[in-house]
Design a protein around this ligand. Structure first.
Ligand code: URA
Length: 243
């Protein structure tokens, strides 16, 4: 991407300065490559009552997985959804972006991150040289919680095996969890988003490196944190380059 274009995307993010970076490997990343104890993955146990994540959908191909998701009635959200929101993007993506759950517009259109937050997410990705079509975008939940309430633990537990199987098919180099709810559900923690940023976590059975950043909807409300989000995306890009 040329500099003028990059400046345009950064301006869309409300960031006007671009600091040229060399091939500096962040200290945190160096530590991760050495499998430092501090960056060990958090202990991830199986969700209650459904066995190990992914086992339920293991071995399923894209077409069968899509069919299973579309017909899913594993939690009560199936009764209130317009349609499931499977995920979208490059099935061989290096980056897998994971949000919380579909909102009203996503429920209507059947695609994740299509509203204003989605536009900002696209700009955030462009700022690190990624087109929306290059990455894969999904959510912790495939169905919209009524009134956009937070996902309930049983809903996340029932839905995460679908994401696990998407990961098994995509084999991404990196996951980007956007927002506290996505991060807490994926990492099974109640830690704050601020404390989860700028670290290399690992997700699930596949142990894919996972980076946490702010949700674009939050950034629309709190534009002063866009700069921190940009730092997170650059961190993720560095991690991805060293996987
Ligand atoms: N917010 C999310 O977390 N996911 C979407 O798909 C849309 C908004």
């Amino acid at each position: 991407m040329n500099n003028a274009l990059r400046r345009e995307y950064l301006a869309a993010l409300g960031l006007t300065t671009w600091v040229a970076r060399g091939k500096v490997v962040p200290a945190m990343l160096k530590a991760a490559n050495k499998s430092s104890v501090a960056l060990e993955p958090p202990a991830i146990g199986p969700p209650a009552a459904i066995g190990p994540p992914a086992a339920r959908e293991a071995g399923v191909d894209w077409s069968e997985l899509r069919t299973r998701v579309a017909a899913c009635t594993r939690c009560a959200l199936s009764a209130t959804r317009t349609q499931t929101v499977f995920g979208v993007g490059n099935q061989r993506a290096e980056w897998l972006v994971v949000g919380e759950a579909p909102g009203a517009e996503e429920d209507r259109q059947g695609e994740p991150f299509v509203g204003r937050a989605g536009q900002l997410l696209n700009s955030m990705l462009r700022a690190v040289g990624l087109a929306r079509e290059q990455v894969y975008i999904a959510n912790v939940l495939k169905c919209r919680p009524p009134g956009n309430r937070d996902p309930q633990p049983n809903e996340a537990a029932e839905c995460l095996p679908y994401l696990e199987q998407q990961i098994a098919l995509i084999k991404p180099k990196i996951m980007l969890a956007v927002g506290r709810i996505a991060a807490q559900n994926l990492l099974r923690t109640d830690k704050t988003l601020g404390s989860l940023r700028q670290q290399v976590h690992r997700f699930g059975i596949s142990q894919v490196p996972l980076i946490v950043t702010y949700h674009p909807a939050y950034l629309l409300r709190t534009p002063t944190d866009k700069r921190k989000s940009w730092e997170d995306l650059k961190f993720a890009r560095d991690v991805c380059a060293h996987v």
